[in-house]
Design a protein. Structure first.
Length: 309
């Protein structure tokens, strides 16, 4: 049986009247990449900070790297790498100076050797003397990843690490994440990008501090129960406004010139789109995407809020 690096249940955290995380639980096995998704304010950052020992849960139980999440935060911190959403290294120090400083903070041996290995692994050697403040978003991202993994952590937590970087830099970053996981590191990464979610071994979707979906991408899509049709042809994307609100249509969203229409009640959904199923439009039933599922989850949350108001 594969070792569970994260195994927590019933975690709660409040800040005054705000209940940021509600009864959160997750199990992540060694060497797995788990994508952590949800809208802004969903509690993702708070959850990551509890898991890496920076915040103590108000209640709950479980372990991170075998240590009690409620009582052994200092031991957890030593074996976790945490890359924050905002670049947090020293912009007036060079790439190499930042890494040497990080090595000192962690009281590492063989500091020069470790720093050189990190520079080589992430393609930073030629830029080692460049000030961090002068780096582009993609190179800052590489430096932050080098710093957060310099001490060889068993668990890496990444808080929206690719926000604001170009597609090539994102791909390079994810190649490195998969290489780290292949070597046995466990990774929990929060992201808003669906293509990145699809690159994870498994995903967890939280909103309002609660876990709403959990599993592989295929499992989350299957569990959604959504039926989805695509419409292609002249003006297909403009039908979204007309279809929204019709019985059976829970989501109608244009993706370029293609229209995605989804709902849980197949009979009602087919009746709603029936008047539009004629040339020049071409309608096909298709497998829902993760984006379809997550948009629907957001709509469900909003509907729940309205009912509670």
């Amino acid at each position: 049986m594969t070792e569970a690096v994260i195994d927590v249940r019933g975690l709660n955290k409040s800040f005054g009247a705000l209940h940021a995380v509600k009864d959160f639980g997750i199990t992540v096995e060694r060497g797995r990449i788990c994508g952590f998704l949800g809208p802004n304010g969903a509690g993702k950052t708070t959850t990551l900070r509890m898991l890496c020992g920076l915040l103590t849960p108000d209640s709950g139980e479980g372990t991170v790297l075998g240590y009690d999440v409620m009582r052994q935060s200092q031991a957890i911190k030593r074996r976790v790498g945490y890359m924050t959403q905002k670049f947090s290294l020293y912009e007036d120090l060079s790439i190499e100076q930042n890494l040497i400083f990080t090595a000192r903070v962690h009281e590492l041996d063989r500091r020069r050797e470790r720093v050189q290995a990190a520079l080589d692994r992430l393609g930073l050697t030629a830029r080692r003397a460049q000030l961090a403040g002068n780096l582009s978003g993609g190179w800052k991202q590489r430096l932050a990843l080098a710093a957060s993994t310099l001490h060889g952590p068993d668990l890496l937590l990444l808080d929206e690490p690719t926000a604001g970087v170009d597609p090539e830099a994102r791909r390079t970053f994810w190649d490195e994440i998969h290489a780290l996981a292949a070597d046995g590191m466990t990774v929990l990464v929060s992201t808003h990008y669906m293509d990145e979610a699809e690159r994870c071994h498994e995903i967890a979707y939280i909103a309002g501090g609660r876990t709403l979906a959990r599993g592989t991408g295929d499992e989350v899509i299957a569990a959604s129960g959504l039926v989805t049709f695509h419409a292609e042809g002249p003006g297909a994307d403009r039908l979204a406004r007309e279809l929204r609100g019709k019985h059976g249509v829970e989501m109608a969203a244009p993706f370029g010139t293609v229209l995605h229409v989804s709902g849980h009640d197949r009979t009602a959904l087919e009746a709603a789109i029936a008047p539009f199923r004629k040339p020049p439009l071409n309608w096909t039933e298709t497998r829902p995407t993760l984006e379809d599922v997550f948009i629907q989850l957001i709509h469900d949350i909003e509907a729940e809020k309205q009912r509670a108001a």
